[in-house]
Design a protein. Sequence first.
Length: 412
Amino acid sequence: MSFEIWENARLATMQEGQDANYGLIEDGALVVEGERLAWVGMRAEMPAQYRHGAVLHDAHHALITPGLIDCHTHLVYGGHRANEFELRLNGASYEDIARAGGGIKSTVQATRLATEAQLFEAATKRLTNLLKEGVTTLEVKSGYGLSLAQEAKCLRVARQLAQHHPVQIKNTFLGAHAVPPEFQDNPDAYIDSVVAMIEPLKAEGLIDAVDAFCDRIGFTYSQTEKVFKEAQRLNLPVKLHAEQLTDSHGASLAAQYGALSCDHLEWLSEEGAAAMSKAGTVAVLLPGAFYFLRETKLPPIELLRQHQVPMAISTDSNPGSSPCTSILLMLNMACTFMRLTPQEALAGVTRIAAQALGLKDRGSLNAAQRADFVLWDVKHPAELAYAFGSNPCLSTIWGGRVRETPSVQNHH
Ligand code: DI6
Ligand code: FE
């Protein structure tokens, strides 16, 4: 049995219950055995048995945090929407564009036309940016294919991304993202077809959870419930894009189905927050979408705190409302726009993000958790949320192994 020891570091363990101060350990040590952490604590207290024949790594006074987790992305899609960005700057709104057949639908068209190889290549560039900032686990949603074959194509690409890159990916089926053109006048028929896609996609091993967009430009409460019923029948966890543009009571609905998370939540009501609290549902806050759509209504952070709803932070990386591949920028924006504390924000991309994905084996530095952690060129964890536009990631350890720094990918 051989161990690897990482020492000469300050640890932000983010352990539960230690929230007041990031679970900080000065002069800490991590003992790695295979893919797992065998021991975490103050170096002076490390049991002598671990030193025996161990490989030593000097962290040179780096700060070490758990690997970052981006728990809400739409990373696999064709094309981009810079044109729509221009339209918005010329006066159109996000909803106007969506209603006029642009928005999500234009990305659906580009995605349908793309081959798996093209989607893989485009998503790899985006993934590379996330990896460079210490992301070790992420979620990828479908939702730009909107037919069984096209959704399967995108979900296969997400599985391939995980096979070819040192990262773990949870796949979420978001068939109920928008109504595709062939069902334009019959959203209910489309929802029936979404319901029918879940079983075959699950049988192909392509989905780990089911999501829907419940809003006035998405699907209604009862359409969403149909999707949830089928997910529940198939034992798949659910989550929801809820109360982004209106209060559609999606959060309460999702909570009834024991949702892992409700995401966006700008228009969340007290009733919704209470339901989430009772169900143990995580609130996923997406400051990139809030910023890029120039929303003015903030998610009710104080209400979430009062009801002790755990808050995660994510990029929502997607071409329409958050063309962003920087989880560090989201930390900063969660603090500046949403007034989270740096401590809440860091928990939101580590321990709470793991919870939003239903993962119990990661998200904090704890014995028996996965050895996913990041060395940062900062002294204090608050610096990660404080600075923006810089990347102090020194190296990432994923499943106990130092991950190669992904090479810089250019646009052209
Ligand atoms: N809400 C969002 O913010 C993304 N999807 C959703 O349901 C936006 C997707 C897009 O505009 O392409
Ligand atoms: Fe989203």
